[in-house]
Design a protein around this ligand. Structure first.
Ligand code: CMC
Length: 428
C-alpha cells in the first residue's frame, strides 16, 4: 500500500491511504477522517462504502463475474455439490475426499432437532410465514445448544457449530413448511444426500416415502450452489453488523434471515412469481407493466430486475435461465409463466429506460420458475434462498471475528431541531 489520495478541505490538504485488492479494486481509507478533518462521509445505502476486507467472494459487476474463493460460478454450478461449496466458502479450499466425508457425516449427525423444539413448532399458527418461523427457530436452537453461545471461532468448536447450523437450517425449513401446512413432520433420513434429505423432509407423507428424482435433486443442488454467497449484500452485511457486537452465530444469522425476507432482496424470488401470475391473470400485455415500472409517479418495479452491483448481467440469472429450460424439458413440463418472463426480458432489453439504467434480470428472476418446476411452494422460495446463503453468512461471521473488526457504528448528519426549551403541557 504505497498509493495516497489527497483530500482538500478548508484550505488544508489531507493524505489518505489507498488500498488495492487482489483483483485491483481500490478503496480510500477514511478511518481517521473525522478525527483529522471533523468531517464524515455520506453514503446512504452504502453504494460506495467498503465495510471490510474479505477473501470469500469476488464480484465484478461490470463484467458479470462471480467467484467463490477464486472459483468461477459457471464452473462450480456445473460441477460441484452444495456440500462441497459450503465447505469451500467456509474453509477457503475445496475439500479432499477425507475432508468431504467428515464434513458430510457432521451434517448428517446434526440434522435431527431436539425433541423439545417440536413443542415450539406446534405453537405457530397454520398460516405462519415460513421465513418468520425460520428466523425465530434459528435463534431458538441456541437455547438447546448453550455451547454455541460461547463458541470459539477457531478449531473444532467452530467446525461443529457451522455443521450444526448448516444441517439444522434444512430441517427447520422443511418442518416450517410442514407445520404451516398442517402436515406431520418428517424426521431426517441419514442415508440421504443433503438435497434429497431436504426433499424427503418436505414431501414424504405417512406411508408414502417421497421418491427423489435425480433431475429435481440436481436442480435443487444448483439453486443452492448459486446462492451460497454474494459478498456484502443486505443480509450478509446485517449478519456482520449483528456479529460485530460479538453476538453469537445463531442470533446473527437469524437477523440475516429477517434482512433477506424483504422483496428488494431475497423476497424478490416470490415477488417475481406473484408479478408474473398477476400479468397472466390480468390478460394485459406485458408492455403495460413495463410502462408502469417506468412511470415516475408509480412505485411499481419489475421484480427480479436490477442489481446494485451487476451493471451488465447477473451470471447466476444466465445459468438459472438455461437450467429452467433443461429441467422443464427433462420433467416433460411446461410453464406459461416462463413465456411471460422471457417476453418481459426481451422487451426490456430493447427499452431505453432499462438499458440506460443497466437493469437486467437478476438471480431472482428465473429462480422462482425453477422452484415451481421442482415442486417447491411459493412461500418457501425465500426460505430456500436462506438455506443456500447459510455458508456465506457463517463464513462472513467467522471472518469478522478473525479480523477482530470493531463494532459497526455508522455516523449521521443530524437534520432535526436545534436546542429548545421544554414547553409545559398547559402551554402547548
Ligand atoms: N424496475 C424498474 N425500475 C427500476 C428497477 C426495477 N426493478 N430497479 C431499479 N430501477 C430504477 C430506479 O427507479 C432508478 O431510476 P431513476 O434513476 O430514474 O430514479 C434506477 O433504476 C436505479 O435504481 P436504484 O433503486 O437506485 O438501485 P439500487 O441499486 O438502490 O437497487 C435493487 C437495487 C435490486 C433493490 C433494485 O434494482 C430493485 O428494487 N429491483 C427489484 C427487486 C429485486 O429484484 N431484488 C432482487 C435483487 S438481486 C438478489 C438479492 O439481492 O436478493
Amino acid at each position: 500500500m504505497t498509493e495516497k489520495a489527497t483530500l482538500s478541505i478548508d484550505g488544508k490538504q489531507f493524505e489518505l491511504d489507498v488500498y488495492t485488492g487482489t483483483e485491483n479494486e481500490r478503496s480510500i481509507d477514511i478511518t481517521n477522517l473525522r478525527s483529522e478533518t471533523g468531517c464524515i462521509t455520506m453514503d446512504p445505502g452504502f453504494g460506495n462504502t467498503g465495510s471490510c476486507f474479505s477473501s470469500i467472494t469476488y464480484v465484478d459487476g461490470a463484467k458479470g463475474i462471480l467467484r467463490y474463493r477464486g472459483y468461477p460460478i459457471e464452473e462450480v454450478a456445473e460441477k460441484a455439490s452444495f456440500v462441497e461449496i459450503a465447505y469451500l466458502v467456509l474453509y477457503g479450499e475445496l475439500p479432499n475426499a477425507e475432508q468431504l466425508t467428515k464434513f458430510s457425516s457432521a451434517l448428517r449427525e446434526h440434522a435431527p432437532l431436539h425433541s423439545n423444539l417440536r413443542t415450539h413448532f406446534s405453537g405457530f399458527p397454520e398460516s405462519a410465514p415460513p421465513m418468520a418461523i425460520l428466523s425465530a427457530m434459528l435463534n431458538l436452537v441456541s437455547c438447546f445448544h448453550p455451547e454455541v453461545l460461547k463458541v470459539n471461532v477457531q478449531g473444532e468448536a467452530f467446525d461443529r457449530t457451522a455443521a450444526l447450523l448448516l444441517s439444522k437450517v434444512r430441517t427447520i425449513a422443511a418442518w416450517a413448511y410442514r407445520i404451516a401446512n398442517g402436515k406431520p413432520i418428517n424426521h431426517p433420513n441419514p442415508n440421504l444426500s443433503y438435497c434429497s434429505n431436504f426433499l424427503h423432509m418436505m414431501f414424504s407423507e405417512p406411508y408414502q416415502e417421497y421418491v427423489v428424482s435425480p433431475v429435481i435433486e440436481k436442480a435443487l443442488n444448483l439453486f443452492l450452489v448459486l446462492h451460497a454467497d454474494h459478498e456484502q449484500n443486505c443480509s450478509t452485511s446485517t449478519v456482520r453488523v449483528v456479529s460485530s457486537s460479538r453476538a453469537n452465530l445463531f442470533s446473527s444469522v437469524s437477523a440475516g434471515v429477517c434482512a433477506l425476507w424483504g422483496p428488494l432482496h431475497g423476497g424478490a424470488n416470490a415477488a417475481v412469481i406473484e408479478m408474473l401470475e398477476e400479468i397472466q391473470q390480468s390478460g394485459r400485455p406485458v408492455t403495460d407493466y413495463i410502462n408502469m415500472a417506468k412511470a415516475k409517479n408509480n412505485s411499481f418495479r419489475l421484480m427480479g430486475f436490477g442489481h446494485r452491483v451487476y451493471k451488465n448481467f447477473d451470471p447466476r440469472s444466465k445459468i438459472l435461465k438455461k437450467q429452467v429450460h433443461d429441467v422443464l424439458k427433462e420433467l416433460n413440463k411446461e410453464d406459461s409463466l416462463l413465456d411471460i418472463a422471457q417476453e418481459l426480458e426481451e422487451k426490456t432489453l430493447q427499452d431505453d429506460y432499462f438499458v440506460s439504467r443497466n437493469l437486467y434480470p437478476n438471480v431472482d428472476f428465473y429462480s422462482g420458475i425453477l422452484m415451481r418446476a421442482i415442486g417447491i411452494p411459493l412461500n418457501m422460495y425465500t426460505v430456500m434462498f436462506a438455506i443456500g446463503r447459510m455458508p456465506g453468512w457463517i463464513s462472513n461471521w467467522r471472518e469478522l471475528h478473525e479480523h477482530k473488526q470493531r463494532i459497526s457504528r455508522p455516523r449521521q448528519i443530524y437534520t432535526g431541531e436545534t436546542t429548545r426549551a421544554y414547553v409545559p403541557l398547559e402551554e402547548r
